[in-house]
Design a protein around this ligand. Structure first.
Ligand code: PLP
Length: 394
């Protein structure tokens, strides 16, 4: 099928909910992808953070092929060896105490489960989230997501959600009532502009939650799996939540969602109170086992810290050079560069020159490359950005 036909058919046959870019990607390897015409791109978009191990990592390919020949599906009402193996690997890397998991298929589903769990465990209805937070677009997750362009068309949303200003302990403390079940936060707000909280914020939230008997749910869908230079974002501040939401890269590119909680919290769920047909399928779990093995063996969080530092320095170099660059933020290979105006054109122009990147709101460029990205690929990203921002500033 031609490039023209693919674009036309997708536009015609698929719900028009994605802001499409006019490119057809057909192949990927490591931090590179190629379009249908054979043009190469450095992928700093990383499938929105999913392709953390790089595209078509050989260990994932091997695990998926082998498992596909053995057993693809197996409902969670039956036991399965790959599911067990993955659960063991998972709890060997999660922060201490987070050792009972519900497996699903996406980030939003991992949040849905966390919301239900918090209500069931505490017997209370209220969830406190933050302005600028993002947790997905299913009705429960959407009720915690802040941006009104996502929320308003679908009201009424789930009741008893409130939003407080981000990184503001005082406002958060004021918002907690005797109806509050949980505080739900991203350790670093991704969609909200790659915003890292002040160092004392998360530890203070942990203390507040303990004092008030409220659960702390951390949405680590974007910040986990080594992305920020630690296995989990919360480790930067030595904070362990009661419930953690995971997804994106955990199955090496296959769909997965994970809600992992302290055992006494997860035990609040009784048989039938939550489920998913695909929960912990052998195929996905085989891929997830391979993904965790690669992460641990290759110490990718260390690579994210080192290369992230290198990448951030270079972005700061652009900030020093151009007035339209306002700020560079982020940890590890979760980086953002805020400009003084809309980034849409820059994203299209850098794509034309062989680099894919993301936005995070109207004025922030976001970089979520595979952690296997090479220094030269970062250099190419910087030189393309230098060229494009230079043209925009003129
Ligand atoms: C922090 C966070 N939570 C939840 C989600 C929703 O994940 P999904 O798109 O897989 O439903 C995202 C997606 O970007 C996210 O960044």
């Amino acid at each position: 099928m031609s490039e023209f036909d693919i674009i036309n058919f997708e536009n015609r046959l698929m719900a028009n909910v994605f802001a499409k870019r006019p490119v057809v990607i057909t192949r990927g390897k490591g931090a590179l992808v190629w379009d249908i015409n054979g043009k190469e791109y450095v992928d700093c978009m990383g499938s929105y953070g999913v392709a953390l191990l790089g595209h078509s990592h050989p260990k994932i390919v091997e695990a998926v092929c082998k498992q596909a020949e053995t057993l693809i599906s197996c409902h969670a009402s039956l036991y399965n060896n790959k599911r067990t193996e993955f659960l063991q690997k998972l709890v060997s890397i999660t922060p201490r105490g987070l050792n009972k998991a519900f497996l699903s298929n996406s980030g939003a589903e991992s949040v849905e489960c966390a919301i239900k769990l918090a209500r069931k465990y505490t017997g209370k209805p209220e969830i406190i989230a933050v302005m600028g937070g993002y947790h997905g677009k299913t009705m429960g997750a959407l009720s915690a997501t802040w941006d009104k362009k996502y929320r308003e068309p679908f009201q009424p949303l789930v009741p008893e959600f409130k939003h407080v200003p981000p990184d503001n302990l005082e406002k958060l403390a004021e918002a907690v009532t005797d109806k509050t079940a949980a505080v739900l936060l991203e350790p670093i707000r991704g969609e909200g502009g790659v915003r890292v909280p002040p160092d004392d914020f998360l530890p203070s939230v942990r203390e507040l939650c303990d004092e008030k008997g409220v659960l702390l749910i951390l949405d680590e869908v974007q910040t986990s799996f080594g992305r920020t230079g630690k296995l989990f974002g919360c480790e930067h501040w030595g904070v362990t939540p009661d419930v953690m939401c995971l997804a994106k890269p955990f199955a090496g590119g296959l769909p997965i969602g994970i809600t992992v909680a302290k055992e006494h919290v997860m035990s609040a769920f009784k048989v039938g109170e939550h489920s998913s047909t695909f929960s912990g399928s052998p195929l996905v779990c085989a891929a997830a086992c391979a993904a965790v093995d690669v992460l641990v063996k290759e110490k990718l969080e260390g690579r994210a810290a080192n290369l992230g530092g290198y990448f951030k320095d270079k972005l700061e170099g652009l900030q020093a050079k151009y007035k339209i660059v306002k700020e560079v933020r982020g940890l590890g290979l979760m980086l953002g560069m805020e400009l003084r105006y809309d980034v849409h054109n820059i994203i299209l122009k850098t794509m034309e020159r062989g680099v894919l990147m993301l936005d995070a709101g109207r004025t922030v460029l976001r970089f979520l490359p595979p952690l296997v990205i090479e220094k030269e690929q970062i250099d190419k990203t910087i030189s393309v950005l230098d060229e494009v921002i230079g043209e925009e500033e003129r």
